[in-house]
Design a protein around this ligand. Structure first.
Ligand code: SF4
Length: 253
């Protein structure tokens, strides 16, 4: 198991990402809770189901049916091009919910969010916070299926898929949502804004505090921004611990 210094060195963040000792700031993390295995009996979406009925049905899904329902979903055109659906992964009782935009090619092939180099960076960032994928963390995307060629999701695709994310939030009841990247942030918050203007504040989605940071794939292309992402994660942790003031922007969820 690498030490935090080794992780920060690998991320190229020493000394920028080195945490200062602060009284009470580094309480021992909670004992990890095992992720519950997701039973996933397939359940087909009825083709004739209208959007309202579908949203209501998804809003009643339990974990045992969730992944199978996503896998059988044909509510938008992405069902035609996906290899695998990517419902999400992690601790279903997590305090932290990390939300990205949509699966990429490697996620599409494996059926798991944030794999490959971006996923490795995300795991290293979590490790620097003494956290681990699957332990008090759940990772999902706004869209559960990959847009072809990683194009930007269309509004109708987001609308069709949103009931799944909303149900995940209701089932997990996270204490904090971290939106990874501009697309996830602006989609969840319903605003057209730069990521720079959204960082460093506590927003809300579905009543849950939400903070914004960069997508790991963006960080891989823009290494100097890693230090800002680290600041965001520390801000997120302070928010979860109740040390940051919720600054809800009028008009947002
Ligand atoms: Fe269904 Fe969402 Fe996949 Fe579209 S992206 S087919 S709404 S699960």
């Amino acid at each position: 198991m690498p030490t935090r210094d080794e992780i920060l060195t690998e991320l190229g963040l020493v000394p920028t990402w080195r945490r200062r000792a602060r009284a009470g700031a580094d309480a021992a993390p909670e004992a990890p809770r095992p992720a519950e295995p997701a039973a996933a009996p397939a359940r087909a979406c009825a083709v004739s189901e209208d959007a309202e009925s579908r949203a209501a049905r998804i809003g009643r899904l339990e974990w045992r049916d969730f992944a199978g329902d996503v896998d059988a979903c044909t509510a938008c055109g992405l069902a035609q091009s996906r290899k695998k659906s990517v419902p999400g992964v992690g601790d279903v009782h997590a305090e932290w919910l990390l939300v990205g935009e949509a699966p990429g090619s490697e996620e599409d092939a494996k059926g798991e969010p944030f794999v490959g180099q971006a996923g490795k960076l995300l795991d290293n960032m979590l490790a620097a916070l003494d956290m681990k994928r699957g332990e008090n963390v759940y990772i999902a995307n706004v869209l559960k299926c990959r847009p072809p060629n990683n194009r930007t999701p269309e509004p109708r695709e987001v609308d069709a898929c949103r009931p799944y994310l909303d149900r995940q939030i209701a089932l997990i009841a996270p204490k904090l949502i971290v939106a990874l990247g501009k697309s996830a942030a602006t989609t969840l918050l319903g605003v057209d804004a730069t990521i720079a203007s959204l960082r460093g504040r506590v927003h809300r989605y579905q009543g849950v505090p939400l903070v914004v940071t960069y997508h790991p794939a963006y960080l891989l292309r823009n290494l100097p921004e890693k230090a800002k992402a680290w600041e965001d994660l520390l801000f997120a942790r302070r928010t979860l611990r109740g040390a940051a003031v919720v600054d809800t922007v009028p008009g947002q969820n």
